[in-house]
Design a protein around this ligand. Structure first.
Ligand SMILES: Nc1nc2c(c(=O)[nH]1)N[C@H]1C(S)=C(S)[C@@H](COP(=O)(O)O)O[C@H]1N2
Ligand SMILES: [Mo]
Length: 387
């Protein structure tokens, strides 16, 4: 049985049996699987995450052990929504481009779809992932398609004093600041330079299907290289201003508080969560004919290598699967676990990027002196018992 057969069988088990055989072979996520061996058994981790206390906001978390395909099927993709989850009628929906532009624009979904279509495989991770014991799989990879943002901003003609691009969602809730209660929409901003990055997409398709409602139908921003929070769903307005935007998700929540040292003095910094960070996890351990294999993923920066440590022993180089050459998507890796002995073990992975940066240890001050839960890219240790 070859790789394709295995993926195909997994797919059938996942309930996609209504697709024809041909469609199956061409389904995007069949192309690439995580390293596996026919007939292998997955050994469950001992340290299973506790139940999600945040259900309703964070949903559809998948056990790492179940990771099989390089692209995460849409129905297995985690979801985060801070406010309501609007169901939008695409017949009446309009995207507005307003603010400091020469030519304000109003675009229907059909008008957006008539523009050039780009595709990008991008691993979307919630910046809160690994910030709580229950939150360890807020991540997924999809092939996102849509129209590039930069040419639209160019057509709108951002005025010289335009500095900041705000992405407004249709979802809303009530916020309170200094005892002032206000209705507020979800919003995030980027500098004009960041917004003009040619990889940013106004996205209407996820893994070949129309963008599903929970993931932002009819349109979301896809900002490769940024944490989930920047990828605004249910987009309704793009606004250009001349000052920083200080909404909840830029300046109150999703703010990392950290103690840093400066000239021998401790400085407490408060920074807005934005760009993705170098990270890896051990995803699962499998056994076949008494041979154990450790499989995982690495992402967040161009990956040079991944190393694995068992029970605090020497770091061992994992083999990175580079069969998918996608800059912004996770890299699967695997390691044959020689001399695996019965009993309990701790497995840690660390990624190293092409600049030589190493994913920080949990004791590293970047992690140990971080007081908020976002941006938890420290090395992940999982526990397992072999019989
Ligand atoms: N409009 C809107 N966009 C949003 C959010 C939201 O609550 N509202 N949540 C953000 C967060 S915190 C994350 S992690 C990602 C999750 O994307 P997904 O639900 O498609 O997985 O969406 C981001 N975009
Ligand atoms: Mo998030």
């Amino acid at each position: 049985m070859d790789m394709q057969d295995i993926s195909r069988r997994d797919l059938l088990l996942q309930g996609s049996a209504t697709l024809t055989g041909l469609a199956l072979l061409h389904a995007p996520w069949v192309a690439q699987a995580f390293p596996s061996r026919p007939g292998e058994k997955v050994i469950p981790w001992l340290d299973q995450p506790p139940a999600n206390p945040s259900a309703g906001v964070v949903e559809n978390l998948q056990p790492w052990e179940d990771l099989a395909s390089w692209l995460t099927p849409n129905d297995k993709f985690f979801r985060v929504a801070h406010y309501n989850k609007p169901v939008i009628d695409d017949k009446t929906w309009i995207l507005e481009i307003t603010g400091l532009v020469q030519q304000p624009m109003r675009l229907t979904l059909a008008a957006l779809k008539a523009r050039p279509r780009h595709e990008i495989s991008f691993t979307l991770e919630c910046s809160g992932n690994h910030g709580f014991p229950w939150f360890i799989s807020g991540i997924g990879t999809a092939k996102w398609a849509g129209t590039p943002l930069a040419p639209l901003l160019q057509e709108a003609g951002v005025l010289d004093h335009g500095r900041e691009v705000i992405f407004w969602g249709s979802d809303a809730g009530e916020e309170e600041v200094r005892q002032i209660k206000m209705p507020q929409h979800f919003a995030r901003s980027m500098s004009l330079a960041d917004a003009m990055n040619p990889t940013n997409l106004l996205c209407y398709e996820m893994n070949g299907a129309a963008l599903p409602q929970p993931h932002g139908f009819p349109l979301r921003l896809i900002a490769p290289g940024w944490y989930g929070i920047a990828n605004v769903k249910w987009l309704k307005r793009i606004e250009i201003r001349d000052t920083r935007f200080m909404g909840r998700f830029m300046a109150r929540d999703y703010v990392t508080i950290r103690e840093e040292q400066h000239n021998g003095e401790t400085v407490w910094t408060e920074t807005s969560v934005g760009r993705a960070l170098l990270k890896s996890v051990p995803a699962k351990v499998t056994r076949k004919d008494g041979q154990y294999q450790i499989v995982g993923a690495a992402w967040g920066a161009p990956i040079a290598r991944v190393e694995v440590q068992v029970d605090g022993g020497p770091w061992m180089a994992a083999t990175i699967d580079r069969s998918e050459d996608a800059e912004f998507a996770w890299k699967p890796w695997s390691l044959a676990w020689a001399k695996a002995t019965p009993g309990e073990h701790a497995i840690t992975s660390r990624a190293v990027d092409t600049q030589g940066n190493v994913q920080p240890a949990m004791e590293d001050s970047r992690i140990a002196k971080k007081r908020t839960y976002w941006e938890s890219n420290g090395q992940v240790t999982r526990r397992i018992r072999l019989t």
